[in-house]
Design a protein around this ligand. Structure first.
Ligand SMILES: *[C@@H]1O[C@H](CO)[C@@H](O)[C@H](O)[C@H]1NC(C)=O
Ligand SMILES: *[C@@H]1O[C@H](CO)[C@@H](O)[C@H](O)[C@H]1NC(C)=O
Ligand SMILES: *[C@@H]1O[C@H](CO)[C@@H](O)[C@H](O)[C@H]1NC(C)=O
Ligand SMILES: *[C@@H]1O[C@H](CO)[C@@H](O)[C@H](O)[C@H]1NC(C)=O
Ligand SMILES: *[C@@H]1O[C@H](CO)[C@@H](O)[C@H](O)[C@H]1NC(C)=O
Ligand SMILES: *[C@@H]1O[C@H](CO)[C@@H](O)[C@H](O)[C@H]1NC(C)=O
Ligand SMILES: *[C@@H]1O[C@H](CO)[C@@H](O)[C@H](O)[C@H]1NC(C)=O
Length: 408
């Protein structure tokens, strides 16, 4: 990015189709201003307003994004990112904003790269390495935006992109979305800070809540690339955090490396730093979830981990199928007590476990840990898949090497 003299340029090419009964498919091509101090977001937002209704928005250049992108005008539109969306690293400007890229109310949105060169760069190494808990610096409770927020959106497809260095979550799917597909995505963070207490809940690849028909496939998440002295001890953030209010979710062909949490049910995990308290009663279930062909290399890989603010989690019809625990791994059912204690929740034992029905573990391989006298099934280090504190655990095992029947 070097030439500040180029004028903002937005080409609108309408391609008339021969049949008068079809409206032409408009194409907007957004040309970058090619200078990092200029904000290209307004140009892209203009293109969305111009071509968003049934058209194509082409993004062939590298863009400097210094204010939020709003994809809401997209109704059956096709956004083709072939260059880089580089978010401003002036994080004081983003603090407390909702999202860098939001899709509130979008219907029929495709965001993809045809060439495979499309990259969304959250540019957050400075944020990762900020001094924490020092009064003159922004308080870590101040919320950084989701990189991409899906809310009240329908028929969304996001594919064939790379994403790096989101300050917090890469994708937050929340607020009543229907029919969402993520495929062929590579997601990584670099140089997260080393403090486990922070890094274990920062930087999620996916947070899903209150949505139905959400499908993730061919997703590679790798949060290992921490260079010293910024190595995160024990992993960074979550790979896929499944929170309350989900129905019909699949996560297939996924690998998670170097995240603290893998693909897990984590009720109360989304927004836990905002201290919002328990979810409403009617929302306390997630159901019809399949996690299949999952390469698990996180600290906590699979199972359930509920956050203390949460009421009584309920999960029905969940299957883990073909999970290879390749490292640092365990399967568990527990309560998260290890996060910064900003919120003063009452520790009520009846809220420490869930009500799980039709939960299947099929074809698990790798290092699962072993049952022992104190902790019945699959224990490793300090995590166990057991049923405790009044939980109702209808767990089934098939093709699993170590299991002591009757011990749950
Ligand atoms: C975008 O940036 C990448 C990496 O710096 C560079 O390889 C590519 O040529 C740039 N694309 C354009 C259109 O300038
Ligand atoms: C962000 O929100 C918090 C909590 O509401 C507030 O204390 C803080 O001043 C806000 N920060 C900025 C930069 O707006
Ligand atoms: C789920 O999202 C919908 C749509 O935004 C909203 O109306 C509803 O209140 C949300 N459910 C809960 C329990 O928050
Ligand atoms: C399992 O997922 C990996 C990607 O993580 C993929 O390469 C592999 O082909 C998948 N296996 C099957 C049987 O689909
Ligand atoms: C699992 O992650 C660790 C680092 O956390 C890494 O050293 C190891 O190579 C990874 N295993 C595989 C099979 O990729
Ligand atoms: C369980 O959930 C899966 C995935 O959504 C679905 O295919 C299956 O039909 C469900 N089973 C039952 C008994 O509802
Ligand atoms: C668990 O959920 C089932 C089905 O939703 C319900 O019938 C049962 O009462 C619940 N059990 C407990 C202990 O909450």
């Amino acid at each position: 990015m070097h030439n500040p003299s180029l004028l903002p340029f937005l080409a609108l090419i309408s391609t008339a189709l021969s049949t008068p009964f079809l409206s032409p498919r408009a194409t907007c091509t957004v040309q970058s201003q090619n200078y990092e101090v200029y904000d290209d977001a307004p140009l892209i937002n203009d293109a969305l307003r111009t071509c968003g209704s049934g058209g194509t928005i082409r993004l062939p250049d590298n863009y400097s994004i210094r204010s939020a992108l709003d994809l809401s005008p997209c109704q059956n539109c096709d956004i083709q990112l072939e260059g880089i969306l580089l978010m401003s690293d002036d994080w004081n400007a983003w603090i407390n904003k909702t999202a860098y890229i939001s899709t509130v109310g979008a219907k029929g949105l495709t965001l993809r790269s045809l060439t495979g060169n499309g990259l969304i760069d959250g540019h957050s190494q400075g944020w990762f390495q900020r001094a924490r808990y020092i009064p003159q610096y922004p308080d870590p409770r101040e919320h950084m935006p989701s990189l991409v927020l899906l809310s009240s959106a329908q028929d969304i497809r996001i594919s064939n992109l790379r994403l790096i260095d989101a300050p917090r979550e890469f994708f937050r799917v929340d607020g009543g979305n229907q029919r969402v597909e993520f495929s062929d995505l590579t997601i990584s963070v670099r140089d997260q800070w080393y403090q486990k207490v922070d890094t274990m809940w920062e930087s999620s690849a996916f947070q899903l809540r209150n949505s139905s028909a959400v499908h993730l496939t061919r997703i590679a998440v790798d949060f290992r690339s921490n260079s010293r002295p910024f190595q995160a001890d024990g992993g960074t953030g979550a790979c896929v955090m499944l929170d309350w209010g989900l129905d019909d979710v699949s996560v297939t062909d996924i690998s998670c490396h170097g995240t603290y949490y893998g693909v897990m049910l984590q009720f109360g995990g989304v927004d836990m730093d905002r201290c919002l308290g328990p979810a409403p009663e009617e929302a306390q279930i997630s159901q019809n979830i399949v996690i299949k062909n999952y390469t698990a290399n996180s600290t906590h890989n699979a199972g359930f981990l509920f956050h203390l603010q949460y009421g009584r989690p309920q999960v029905d019809n969940l299957t883990y199928d073909t999970v290879d625990f390749v490292g640092g791994a365990y399967l568990e059912n527990s309560v998260n007590y290890e996060w910064p204690n900003y919120c003063r929740y009452t520790w009520q034992p009846q809220h420490w476990s869930g009500n799980y029905s039709n939960v299947w573990f099929r074809t698990l391989s790798g290092d699962l840990g072993v049952p022992n006298d104190k902790s019945p099934v699959f224990c490793k280090t300090y995590g166990c898949l057991n049923c405790w504190m009044g939980g109702a655990c209808d767990f089934h095992f098939e093709g699993v090497p170590v299991y002591m029947p009757g011990r749950l």
